[in-house]
Design a protein around this ligand. Structure first.
Ligand SMILES: Nc1ncnc2c1ncn2[C@@H]1O[C@H](COP(=O)(O)OP(=O)(O)OP(=O)(O)O)[C@@H](O)[C@H]1O
Ligand SMILES: CC(C)(CO)[C@@H](O)C(=O)NCCC(=O)O
Length: 307
């Protein structure tokens, strides 16, 4: 294929892993065990071949950002509040954003230049269920109108202005709601990873978008049938674990037969998440600096980096 005019550098799995000069980047057995704590399905090969080179690439971006910030602040003679390097991670529900974000958080914190890496998910900025119910949009959870976008914009602009000690709302998949008794503290990290289905969306009613505050952005992509399978698999796993908890919003589904459960998950996927993917998430793919394409087994098959 002639890709002379493609806006991307394209790598397949092997060229991405092999073309990097990474003698000092390894993962010890002990560290891999820790990574397994993030997701026990992670393969070590995936970490060494894909995520470590990606972390190394991001490290280059972060350190050049830090150097540039220092020069810029002295050039402008302005007070220099500590603004983090912000990485946005977008993609469908259940494509694996949280897992990738946690892996990168862990790997990026190994460098002395940026040991403090915080992770925030936009789920916390969803309106609480009672508000979604009052607005009649409970079946639109994850759609642009289900988020308190002003609150999210306020957070991202504050952190980029170097404001310390910010509090971020927390969402629980177990409660299926924003928790009113918990917040996450974000206090001047070196890097902030902001993960969520909506982070690359543009709202024509607003002068600024969340992504205006990004220094780097990643879109996680996969074939829709694969994502659907992962969603249904995760639903099953939750059914065997979290849904059994009487506090779970989905407790009522724990007693469904296997067949009924599959049917319920398929319907939620089709009526809410697939629709949201087509209408609001997929159209943002090309806005990302980096696109990661996963295969059926979660292995990354292709990486596209904007030139
Ligand atoms: N690298 C990976 N290797 C193996 N399994 C993975 C990997 N990444 C994600 N998964 C599995 O895919 C499913 C979805 O992952 P995850 O919860 O990270 O997705 P998400 O995009 O954050 O979803 P949501 O937007 O709904 O919160 C989970 O069952 C997870 O265990
Ligand atoms: C919280 C979101 C929107 C995003 O992570 C998603 O996981 C979700 O709950 N979607 C609504 C439909 C569903 O229950 O899967």
């Amino acid at each position: 294929m002639n890709d002379t005019y493609s806006p991307y550098f394209e790598f397949d799995r092997e060229t991405w892993a092999l073309s990097r000069d990474l003698p000092s980047l390894t993962v010890s057995e002990e560290e891999f065990e820790k990574l397994k704590g993030l997701n026990e399905k992670i393969a070590i090969e995936e970490v060494t071949k894909v995520y470590l080179p990606l972390a190394r690439l991001l490290h280059l971006y972060v350190t050049s950002f830090q150097n540039f910030q220092a020069k810029m602040n002295s050039f402008l003679s302005v007070p220099a509040p500590k603004a983090p390097f912000v990485i946005g991670i977008a993609g469908s529900v259940a494509v694996g954003k949280s897992t990738t974000a946690r892996l990168l958080q862990h790997l990026l914190s190994r460098w002395d230049e940026h040991p403090k890496v915080d992770l925030v998910t936009t789920d916390g900025f969803l309106y609480p269920n009672r508000v979604l119910e009052a607005k009649g949009i409970m079946n639109k959870k994850g759609f642009p109108e289900s988020y308190d976008i002003n609150k999210l914009m306020h957070f991202i602009s504050s952190i980029k202005s170097g404001e310390p000690a910010l509090k971020v709302p927390v969402y629980s998949h177990l409660a299926y709601d924003v928790l009113d008794d918990q917040t996450l503290h974000v206090d001047q990290p070196d890097i902030l990873i902001l993960e969520g289905i909506n982070v690359l969306q543009v709202n024509t009613q607003q002068p600024y978008f969340v992504s205006d505050f990004f220094d780097f952005s990643i879109y996680i992509d996969a074939d829709e049938e694969d994502i659907r399978d992962w969603y249904i698999e995760r639903y099953h796993m939750l059914r065997d674990t979290a849904f059994r908890d009487p506090r779970s919003y989905f407790h009522k589904y724990a007693s469904l037969t296997e067949e009924e459960a599959i049917h319920t998950a398929e319907n939620i996927w089709r009526d809410i998440n697939a629709k949201n993917l087509h209408e609001n998430i997929l159209p943002t793919k090309e806005r990302a600096k980096l696109i990661i394409k996963k295969g059926a087994n979660h292995m990354i098959e292709q990486i596209l980096l904007r030139k």
